[in-house]
Design a protein around this ligand. Sequence first.
Ligand code: FES
Ligand SMILES: [Fe+2]
Length: 372
Amino acid sequence: MKKTLLETTGFSNTYNCYVLVAYRHELNAKKPVKATVMGLDVIVVQNAKGEISVLDGYCPHMGAPLAGGKIVDDCIVCPFHSWTFNTDGQRVNEQGEPLKKQARTIQKYPVKVVGEYIFAWFDEHQATAKPFIEIPDLEYSDFHQAAMRPYAFANVSLACAVQIPYENTADATHFETVHHNLYAPRQKPGDYGYDPVDKIWFSNVYVEGYTFLEKIGIKFTFPHHVKMWGPNNACDDLPFTYSANEKLKRFLPKRWKELSFTIPVRVTILGVPTDSENSLFRMALCFKDHKQSQYPRLKFLLNKLMAKMIMPLARWEFENEGRTIFETKVNFPNVDHLPSYEREPMKMFLKYCSEFSRGKNKEHENILRKAS
Ligand code: FES
Ligand SMILES: [Fe+2]
């Protein structure tokens, strides 16, 4: 029988890290947006000033779900008896003023907005002043400082712990076997793995690959540069470089023979732990921002079209691997049988993950002990 997550990894469903709750474009001026994180239902709302709040999803009066309510004049109106709250979670009167006496509030969680992405931090004890890891600047982190924007989105729900798919970032050898159309050149020891940067970032190295298109003469290579923060967030930069192989060159006119171009592509896969055994993986396909272009509208439409065409493939690869492997695999209690160049990055990853788990991190443990 498959062991539970706690038995195999010691990874509980509470950890100290930002989690994606919504994309900006999903916000609705008239209705709260719902998200479920670690069994907790929350709502995401935005007021007229553009400030975004993440609040508990249930009304403190009699527990009605606020996601079914409305937003009126910057306030959330409960669908049950119309108690009304401002976006700070305070109950307000008809004039929108906070009620002082017998006022009940809705809990508000710390929020971070990075470009399109809205994150919240759920440390149930609020025991530390800040999460153990900050969110990188997702818009500009790589690609020569060109702003990257997501143009296509997909959600995949899997019955697995949130950190399981991210082990892949340390495992380049699975490319040939799982993703049959890709080829990862044999890595030398030290060629890939995790480089802890500032003790919080993990930047793993490269998988170069060729798609099946090589058979007809088109060669794509794409080094991966995966940046992770927390056990549940990965930003994968894979600039596709096109060139013709020798076979195709024979048929091409002279000026096209040496043609080569690179399309910077980024896939973010941000894991939302729905509970300790189930997760929602939110994928976004990003290209360079269109705003700097000479024809921004045209560039926007082209980017959108291209992203919509590639996303089903990216989604299929992820979901297929998810259903056949992530949902059914068990975690090895130790990784000592692996070759050293795989063992070290994998050990680092497992250790890194465990630090986010309540009760696993010394600093967090001490704070909890003092607090209780
Ligand atoms: S349950 Fe929300 S107002 Fe009564
Ligand atoms: Fe994979």
